[in-house]
Design a protein. Structure first.
Lengths: 230, 230, 230, 230
DNA sequence: TATGAATGAGGGTTCATTCAT
DNA sequence: CATGAATGAACCCTCATTCAT
């Protein structure tokens, strides 16, 4: 069918252009190649850390030449920073939704904390945190960026939620900033730290996460909950 | 000339013995030299981190030769591990005493937690943690050793204290292992993490520590305290 | 079919010609583009020298693409050689005229030598000489070309002038080739060498040039001048 | 026999110390190894110039490891500078003596200039000059050092000689600094420049040197000689 | 036994050249 | 035909480790 066929082609072309078609060449601007490099870098950095990772390894793993990497990223540090930014975004995305869904305060906090700790203790996230920490002496802004947009943003979401629930009379929290940090520390802090130090070789089991989160939420509500929290 | 010759030899030996201090020298067994090497290594590692520290720097700082270091420590990694073991011991020493001193449960926990977080967030300890984490991908057992004998041992002390106070009726804790981890996370976890990521450029102020610890102990006692806890 | 085919070809050619602006485009034959490349190369080479100049810099400075440069010049070395040839021509052009103008032998030689040494010691010419010398181990023919068409051609002009003046009885020169080299060395050699070695950071002042040239011409005429030379 | 045996050993030790025995190890202080490195560097630098010479090539040519080179010389530039200093010293040594020997002014100047030009146009000296010139844009002090201690020192010797002979009435030179530069330029300048540019592929023949020097001295004495100069 | 000079693989980065577009 | 993104060898230099003394 000619007409449709024509439309199909137009559509395809439009999509390609929208996708920044792989054949369009602008130095250091091809997003596919950029992701390819970041993927290779991720595999190498996650395995051995920043210092022990060599640009040669990344070259091999990413399947691009060394020169190409330097077109997209000015230095090893810049490449690392871009990688961390990308990963951090993925880690902490879509946490907010869990606070919007219906349910009691206990249910909501449990749901939120469970998702948070599951992510924070996943293998790649643990490795990412290790790396960021490992270089934070030399690249301090990287640690800040990771922390601010990561744990801190999670706490920001919580604070807003606490404000809301305090107004509704379901919680009674004098300082929501402190409270959100406490919930974070209680539920996610310990397991994350255990993973980061390598004490837990694998991510914690669902049961362990549940136990930890439940204990944490118990304690949190014992302190801040009103009789209507459950 | 016999007499003179004998004197010469005696003199020489005496000098050697004097030089050798009271210790018998067996390869890699002189504890003074071992400490000397570790002291030098500490200065260098803390300043620049594991990867950036060169054995030449350590050699210079320790005042011993390269070969000697390799007699005492088989590799750079082994040296680093030995250093971390020594430092960890120092960091968590004498915490137990704070639980033995008199005072209410609240006072005791506040005292313990304040000392703990002060140590955990001191500059050298933060650096040590960063380094351990940074290399834990390559040296996994190092992180475990640090964690087990560090945070975990602190929790062990707490658990024993909680058992005692639960028996005395001052606390009501169903699972003291969980409770000790919770207290640790509430009081020390957040500030330590902030330091490790470099968000806090300097150790937290006494006021911030006090606020954090007080909030944590408040919450802890809201959950586990009996009417007799204060 | 001939007719149609012919038309097709004509059409195609017409389009090509239209596209190609007034110049016929044959690979590497557009003299304007060639000069454009050489101009860019000159700026870069003079600034940083042969080895430190990157083809990327030249590309940027010349405003043409990398591939285009390689169409016009087979390699970096070839490009450099072409540049030097062009510059050399400019450096030693219009020297001949100074020998044609009227004036005594002393005046003429002084005029000629002053112009010569001024040019030889100008910043770009000094840099060009340095570069040629610096690569002459790797590109021996380049040095020859520069020398033959440069200093040597100047000497050629002088020789002819000496022949003329000897016939006129104003000079008495048994070997004009030797004499022209001597005048060159006396007047231009020393200052040029000082500039090339960097002992003179800037080109010599007019006064220094005058002094040098005057001393040189003095000596020259003391040897070769007749009583009628002045 | 004890006594003799003892003497033998002492003697051996003394000799070792005097020779700076190859086995005496002080980092970067073994003069034999230092010369070995310089010899290797000389071969490589002279062949391809500064930029094109790679430290790996020098490593191979010198028969020492890369690390060792960097113990003796902090960088490629420092190594190059040391090499040039060594060569320059050798080039211009023992020129002074030729001015002390007996003979007429003409004979003395001819002797001095012949030796000077022979050295300046020898293959290694030509190559050394090329290298120094090639890098003088980036290492200006190197060119100065070479020039000052080289050509300039030769001119210094000449000036002193001219002063002496002027006092003796054999020469009549108003400005001996200018005169010495003139003699240098007349006799050595042209041939040296021809060699440096590669126009003369091999050092000039003895005949060519003699012709050049004779013409130069002729002219020099025509200008500055008194009737008693020969 | 303690020393430290020597090793050489490997570090991050640059750049002349090529070739698909 | 012009373009410039991609290549990858080669650059200078560092440093964990060894071993002759």
């Amino acid at each position: 069918m000619p007409a449709l066929s024509k439309n199909d082609q137009s559509l395809k072309k439009a999509v390609e252009v929208a996708d920044a078609a792989p054949n369009r060449r602008v130095a250091g601007q091809d997003p596919v190649k950029r992701q390819q490099i970041l993927d290779g870098a991720k595999r190498v950095f996650l395995c051995v850390g920043f210092d022990a990772a060599s640009m040669n390894d990344i070259t091999r793993e990413a399947g691009v030449s060394k020169g190409t990497i330097y077109v997209y990223f000015g230095s090893k540090e810049e490449l690392f920073g871009a990688l961390i930014d990308r990963e951090r975004t993925a880690i902490f995305s879509s946490l907010a939704e869990t606070l919007e869904e219906e349910g009691s305060v206990r249910e909501t906090l449990t749901r939120f904390a469970t998702l948070l700790v599951t992510r924070m203790t996943s293998v790649p996230v643990v490795r990412a945190q290790r790396m960021v920490i490992g270089v934070s002496e030399r690249m301090p802004e990287l640690g800040c960026r990771f922390y601010d947009a990561g744990p801190d943003s999670a706490k920001g979401l919580l604070s807003a939620y606490f404000d809301r629930k305090t107004k509704e009379g379901l919680l009674d929290i004098p300082d929501t900033a402190i409270a959100s940090r406490q919930l974070f520390d209680l539920c996610a802090g310990g397991l994350t730290r255990a993973c980061i130090f390598g004490v837990l070789e694998a991510p914690p089991s669902e049961a362990l996460i549940a136990e930890t989160v439940d204990s944490g939420v118990d304690m949190f509500l014992a302190r801040y909950g009103t009789h209507r929290a459950d």
